[in-house]
Ligand binder design. Structure first.
Ligand code: ADP
Length: 479
């Protein structure tokens, strides 16, 4: 039966930025259109209101000039009204007229007679209202946009003149309104252009570079450490590109060093294993009778096994170093005693390789607060390297110095030295100088870790071809 695999949904974000921009643009256009409609409508209301008010003001002014019935008889009032209409000073802007009780126009300030079918909604409204006054906005028969207002007398003059009416064209008001709306639309178009421009700027300067950075980062995550971002930016994006490129370089280095480590450790493991296997076979063939070969073989097998144990210890330290799991157990200890013991072990090996060890053991003890095994491991690593990198006939000097705070042990050899630009890096995990011999590249990293766990300091000085001096300083123990 085949197993059903759950489908993994992958989020696709291709073109998401453009879609986002298009979406927000659509919203902007929609908001602008609604804004233009609302603002235009309120402008129109305010303009027409102003027109209504000024018409009302003027018609009331004229109305107040018509003599009241108690002041004059109807024919006198009619004459006075006629001359008011005929001499109306604002006739350029407003047309003043008198209307009869049926809503027919009797006399106009312009002198034109009107078609009696002109819509006179304001008249009929005024006739039906208690205030005898009403205004309207509408269209004249010739299609002109007008505003009109009728003001009726409480009692018609001569039973025929019902009141006065004033009409004015809204042409100028409409033109002004149109201009305002045009300006509004123009501002909206400018806002729209600005939004498009800033959107495109955002995409080109932020979204596109970030997408390319994201794609590169994805490739790096997938193990392609060689890929680099083409950095064409001078801003924060440029800085981010540099950081990611540096990270890729760091990962390439780390990857290379790790591979070197694995290959050199496998190589180192193979040598003692070959030797053990070879001697095992020899002993099997020779049998127990050949005492000399047996003893030699067993000695080599034992020492090769020791070497393998040390390497396994190295590997364990490596994994502890990776996980930050190196721990120490500090007790009061004499650092000189520990140093002297390790020197004794290495003296034999150095002697065998024709290297002189110069060590004047101090008479006084130097108390420190330390993990004795770990401190011996530090010295062993330093001596191991010094012997490994010093040629026959060379020497290794061990110097002890002290100040108020630290006691310092320096292991100085006359070996091959370390290239100047690599001195600072040899304490890094897996780092091995260009001129190094086979090794794991973690010895000094472990030394560094142990020394700093002891609140101490490690110092490397070296000159290519002349030798190397590595100093370990530990805080003196004060009671
Ligand atoms: P390795 O197992 O390679 O010796 P280490 O961490 O002990 O690893 O040393 C790191 C590198 O530092 C070595 O590969 C070598 O290049 C350099 N090194 C350390 N000690 C010495 C020394 N005494 N003389 C020259 N080079 C040294």
């Amino acid at each position: 039966m085949s197993e059903m695999k759950p489908k993994i949904k992958k989020k696709r974000n291709h073109g998401i930025t453009w879609r986002w921009i298009a979406g927000s643009l659509l919203w902007t256009i929609l908001i602008l259109i609604v804004g233009v409609i609302i603002i235009s409508y309120s402008f129109r209301e305010s303009y027409y209101n102003q027109a209504r008010l000024s018409l009302l003001r003027i018609i009331e002014q004229v109305y107040s000039q018509v003599p009241a019935s108690y002041q004059m008889d109807d024919s006198g009032r009619e004459r006075a009204l006629h001359s008011l209409v005929q001499d109306f000073s604002e006739r350029d802007r407003f047309e003043l007229m008198t209307v009869d009780t049926d809503g027919n126009i009797l006399l106009t300030s312009s002198g034109f007679t009107y078609d009696s079918t002109e819509p006179m909604d304001d008249f009929f409204e005024a006739a039906n209202s208690a205030s005898r006054s009403a205004g309207r906005i509408g269209y004249a028969l010739d299609g002109e946009h007008i505003i009109s207002h009728t003001r009726l007398f409480h009692v018609p003059i001569n039973n025929s003149i019902a009141g006065i009416r004033m009409v004015t064209s809204l042409r100028l008001v409409d033109a002004q309104l149109k201009e305002t709306v045009y300006l509004l639309v123009l501002s909206c178009i400018l806002i729209l252009f600005f939004s498009i421009f800033s959107g495109v700027y955002f995409i080109r300067s932020i979204a596109i570079p970030i997408r390319s950075i994201g794609n590169t980062a994805k490739r790096i995550t997938g193990g392609d450490y060689e890929v680099r971002i083409d950095n064409r930016y001078n801003d924060e994006i440029g800085e981010l590109c540099d950081i990611i490129n540096d990270m890729a370089v760091g990962l390439t280095d780390a990857d290379r060093m790790k591979n070197d480590f694995i290959s050199s450790v496998s190589h180192e493991l193979r040598t003692p294993l070959t030797s053990i296997r070879g001697w095992g076979e020899t002993l099997l063939t020779a049998g127990a009778g050949d005492a000399l070969t047996f003893e030699k073989g067993m000695r080599i097998i034992t020492s090769e096994t020791d070497r393998l144990s040390l390497m396994v210890e190295d590997l364990l330290d490596f994994s502890r170093l990776q996980t930050g799991g190196i721990s120490i157990q500090r007790v009061p200890a004499d650092i000189i005693a520990e140093l002297s013991e390790v020197v004794m072990v290495f003296e034999k090996r150095a002697d065998g390789q024709g290297i002189e060890i110069i060590y004047n053991e101090p008479e006084e003890s130097e108390p420190v607060f330390a993990d004795r095994n770990r401190i011996r491991q530090v010295f062993s690593n330093l001596f191991d390297n010094a012997i490994k990198y010093t040629k026959r006939g060379g020497s290794i000097s061990i110097l002890v110095s002290k100040d108020d705070l630290f006691v310092t042990i320096t292991v100085k050899d006359t070996g091959i030295g370390i290239p100047e630009d690599e001195v600072d890096r040899i304490t890094e995990k897996f780092y091995r100088a260009k001129n190094s011999l086979p090794g794991s590249g973690i010895g000094l990293a472990v030394v560094n870790e142990i020394v700093s766990l002891h609140d101490g300091k490690l110092k490397v000085e070296s000159e290519l071809g002349k030798g190397t001096a590595i100093s370990v300083s530990l805080p003196v123990l004060t009671y």
